[in-house]
Write a protein that binds this ligand. Sequence first.
Ligand SMILES: O=C[C@H](O)COP(=O)(O)O
Length: 253
Amino acid sequence: MAERPYIVGNWKMNGTRAMLSEARAIDRAAQRYMKVEVAVAPPYTLIHAVHKEAEQIGVGAQDCHAGPEGAHTGDINAPMVADAGAKFVILGHSERRQDHAETNECINAKIESAIDAGLRVILCCGETLETRDAGKAEEFVLGQLKAALPKFEDPAERLTVAYEPIWAIGTGRTATADDIAAMHGAIRQLLVDTYGEEASAMVRILYGGSVKPENAREILATPEVGGALVGGASLSAESFLGIVVGASESDES
Ligand SMILES: O=C[C@H](O)COP(=O)(O)O
């Protein structure tokens, strides 16, 4: 692995202030697993409050608008999430691509604004089941990444990749270890081809899609898996910390 395993909870559209107790529990427990880098991306409404609670864990945003401040009702831009305490932003998540018709062009504009605001980026990619069944998963995923990678002049400081097969998100299905290893290997090769060995070695490739305490250890021990982007199982401290423990054990194996 490039660095410490990185376990990130994406709370998606979940959480009111009642969730702060979970954030607190995650933060306190994370102090016992210093070999694992732990972070959460709460909804915008909780970023500042989680940031104030967090001594150990990182806090990020799930998206940001690409533009400067102005007349965009309901939007939040990169400087605003950074001001709230976010240190990173998740961009290109398949739910944004689907629900908000985000294109690679739109995601690239967000990447630029995030980098300008000093944020790290977790760049998501992943194929539909239809694309996988057509034998085009790798071509599709690498195409998504090729569109965005040139935006990162300093990948070691700014970039984390998250591979999330869309058919595995929230479905209870996970890709096989062989499928994950093959896709992560292809992504690693693209990173090496784009940035060279040294810089690309610092970029972690996370896996996302129904990661749970029960399967975390095996997934995280798969070659080129540098951590996990966790949705549903990040909503309770108990299950999220089960994944953190799995990461800490897989790092020892
Ligand atoms: O960002 C997280 C992913 O979409 C995975 O979600 P999930 O763990 O609920 O499948």
